[in-house]
Design a protein around this ligand. Structure first.
Ligand code: GLU
Length: 476
């Protein structure tokens, strides 16, 4: 949250947008059309809870309908407000364009602290909110498809999907009205971990380009890199856990609501998460130093900083003291426009949110396609692939035996080669491909254009040009 006298979140996104637009040659007026938020719906509704009626305020903002449906999560937090929802909806437009998911941008929010309510109360509130949005087509498989965001999860998405289905009993595509659902309600494997997985794939792609890595004053691979993670929610936890377990990165600090844990030897995010679940915070976690001043820990000397919680945590009050070579924005808008400028001057490389956290919406896209096609990915071809692989293996073994060649395929190769791709494998492959392709599209702009000095501007340029192309194709 902003503590300094800086522009609002929406203004910050607009500043970043305008910075990039200056590097394009859009026809007059088109930049303005792309920038503005098309509409924001505010709803106030009452729910009878604990013997009295409680009134809630919710929003669904549609930023750009150059492609439909529009897409974006629903956030549950006490601070939710129109400005924030509009900023997040705008980011969705650019995010979807950048990773080529065929959606416009939208976002929703409900002013609520979910921790204050019982599960059955949250269900009643969510169903009522979903009803209010669905009856105005702000939840609809063809027009507006929400997903989880901060404070919401699979559970809320299942309630929303069911509420929509009850209101649209003959809609065969009802399940595609929302993504991020549990598997048994039409979800897809790999969606829960998708945003964190996307952060990992983004970093892997960055480290495949030594010339880009050098611009962050780093070298080598992800192995051994000192990582600070702020926020151990769904995104931060998965990113940290995968980076540690699969890329040998060292998680030297984890910052949470009640303070931070520091350990030069590295923390295990799984153990920290279990500790938080049991004790309500990080304090007391064995084998690490605890500091109560969480925000100060953002300034820890590290190679990679992963802000994975709220917007505006790196702002003009602390940007000059950030001690990271590379920042990857797993959260939406964690760096204000003012801080962005300070960090740019200090040559800190920033992998921007519209790319870095796009793994969620990418896998949401796969889920939506799955719902519309009414079949799980891999169901038709998996065993056929296995049969083909097995033909080859058997033939090789026969040749070896007949000719006494003594060839032996290693059991590990055989096991892996004989395995047809299941849904999770395909989702990961599609996500990996998306993150690699998108990175290349804007990193190329960063590398080749002398007037573009940072990845954020490069990513915005690519996204804006794609949205502009859609508008042009429509004849606007
Ligand atoms: N809320 C996530 C985001 O900010 C996911 C959106 C989606 O899957 O539609 O990108």
């Amino acid at each position: 949250m902003l503590t300094t006298n800086e522009p609002s979140f929406r203004e910050n996104v607009e500043l970043m947008f305008r910075r990039a637009v200056a590097h394009t040659d859009l026809p007059p007026g088109l930049a303005e059309k792309i920038q503005v938020c098309n509409a924001t719906y505010t709803v106030r509704f009452g729910v009878r809870l604990r013997g009295k009626i409680e009134t809630f305020t919710g929003y669904r903002s549609v930023h750009s309908e150059h492609m439909e449906p529009v897409k974006g999560g629903i956030r549950y937090a006490p601070e939710v407000n129109q400005n924030e929802v509009e900023a997040l909806a705008a980011l969705m437009t650019y995010k979807c364009a950048l990773v080529e998911t065929p959606f416009g941008g939208s976002k929703g929010g409900l002013c609520i602290d979910p921790r204050n309510y019982e599960v059955h109360e949250l269900e009643a509130i969510t169903r009522r909110f979903a009803y209010e949005l669905a009856k105005r087509d702000l939840i609809n498989p063809a027009q507006n498809v929400p997903a989880p965001d901060m404070g919401t999860s699979e559970r809320e998405m299942a309630w929303i999907a069911d509420q929509y289905a009850r209101m649209n009993t003959t809609d065969i595509n009802a399940r595609a009205c929302v993504t991020g659902k549990p598997l048994n309600s039409g979800g897809i494997k790999g969606r829960v971990e998708a945003t964190g997985r996307g952060v990992q794939f983004a970093l892997r792609e960055f480290f495949r380009h030594p010339e880009d890595v050098a611009r962050a004053h780093l070298s080598g691979s992800l192995a051994g890199k000192r990582v600070v993670v702020q926020g151990l929610g769904n995104v931060g936890y998965h990113a940290a856990s995968f980076l540690r377990a699969e890329d040998d990165a060292r998680i030297i600090a984890i910052i949470e609501r009640d303070g931070a844990l520091l350990s030069a030897d590295g923390l295990d995010p799984d153990a920290v998460r279990d500790w938080i679940a049991e004790h309500g915070g990080v304090k007391g976690f064995p084998g690490a130093e605890y500091v109560a001043d969480g925000p100060a820990a953002l300034e820890t000397d590290c190679d990679i900083l992963i802000p994975a919680a709220l917007e505006g945590v790196i702002n003009m009050s602390n940007a000059a003291r950030i001690n990271a070579r590379l920042i990857i924005e797993a959260a939406n808008g964690p760096i204000t426009a003012g801080a962005d400028e300070i960090l740019r001057e200090r040559q800190v490389v920033i992998i921007p949110d519209l790319y870095a956290n796009a793994g969620g919406v990418t896998v949401s896209y796969f889920e939506w396609v799955k719902n519309l096609s009414h079949i799980r990915f891999g169901r038709m071809q998996r065993r056929n692939e296995e049969a083909h692989a097995s033909l080859l293996v058997r033939e090789l073994e026969r040749l070896s035996a007949d000719r006494e060649l003594g060839w032996e395929l290693s059991p590990d190769f055989k096991r892996r080669y004989l395995q047809g791709a299941d849904e999770l494998t395909l989702v990961r492959s599609g996500l990996d491909d998306t993150m690699r392709t998108a990175y290349q599209s804007f990193a190329e702009v960063w590398r080749t254009r002398k007037d573009v000095h940072d990845l954020r501007t490069a990513a915005f340029i690519v996204a804006i040009e794609r949205v502009a192309d859609s508008y042009r194709a429509k004849g606007l």
